[in-house]
Design a protein around this ligand. Structure first.
Ligand SMILES: O=C(O)CCC(=O)C(=O)O
Ligand SMILES: [Fe+2]
Length: 210
């Protein structure tokens, strides 16, 4: 028996889906401002803060394999990888991402097989210098997703995600709560600028199997 995809959330309206995939195809990125339901944003933000307070978030490393290292001058966020079943909120979020995976495959034939994601907490002043998300020795990461959990973010508080689309002007995207940004992991150079307050998010990657 075929299992139905999870209940379609608001973003699944046809017009929004077309907008999302058009942006990804034409510019290598797209954003949706009201992606997470507010209740879910609040629950995930509370969980991220609790994990941060408990010391469960760890300084993120850069690179892979033998090159993997802590380099806070390059990247200074603290993260925790999500596990299915860790909380009801995380499971709801993972279900939402599963329906997004199905949508992207249906519309773009991307062959995305799986999703990995972590909470990220950038303390004031923390940043992540310009990088690509796809590792040189691992072509599996295909579409990057960032969802912001912040309450009442103001542009003057900094913390923008700065995208560098090839041949186009850089784009600064404020980490406003509920906003989702998608971009192509292998192509889109991007960076996280420092903020004057805590910056909470969920970062994730749709992957193809090797
Ligand atoms: O938080 C963001 O806006 C982007 C994070 C990022 O680039 C990453 O975790 O690889
Ligand atoms: Fe990144």
């Amino acid at each position: 028996m075929l299992v139905d995809p999870p209940v379609c959330p608001e973003y699944c309206s046809d017009a929004l889906q077309v907008d999302m995939v058009d942006g990804l195809v034409e510019h290598g990125w797209s954003q949706q401002n009201i992606f997470l339901p507010e209740q879910l944003r609040l629950a995930l933000a509370a969980e991220c803060r609790l994990l941060s307070g408990n010391g469960a978030l760890k300084l993120a490393a850069v690179g892979r394999g033998a090159q993997r290292a802590l380099q806070p001058d390059i990247r200074s966020d603290r993260i925790l990888w999500l596990q299915a079943g860790q909380s009801a909120a995380c499971d709801d979020y993972l279900q939402l991402m599963e329906s997004l995976r199905v949508t992207l495959n249906r519309r773009l034939y991307l062959g995305l097989d799986e999703y990995e994601s972590h909470f990220a907490f950038y303390a004031p002043g923390a940043s992540y210098l310009k990088h690509l998300d796809r590792f040189r020795d691992d072509g599996c990461r295909t579409v990057s997703v960032v969802i912001y959990l912040n309450q009442d973010w103001l542009p003057e508080q900094g913390g923008a995600l700065r995208l560098h689309p090839d041949g186009e002007c850089a784009q600064d995207i404020s980490p406003i709560g509920s906003r989702m940004v998608l971009f192509l992991s292998a192509e889109m150079l991007h960076e996280v600028l420092p903020a004057t307050r805590d910056r909470l998010s969920l970062a994730g990657w749709f992957r193809r199997r090797p």
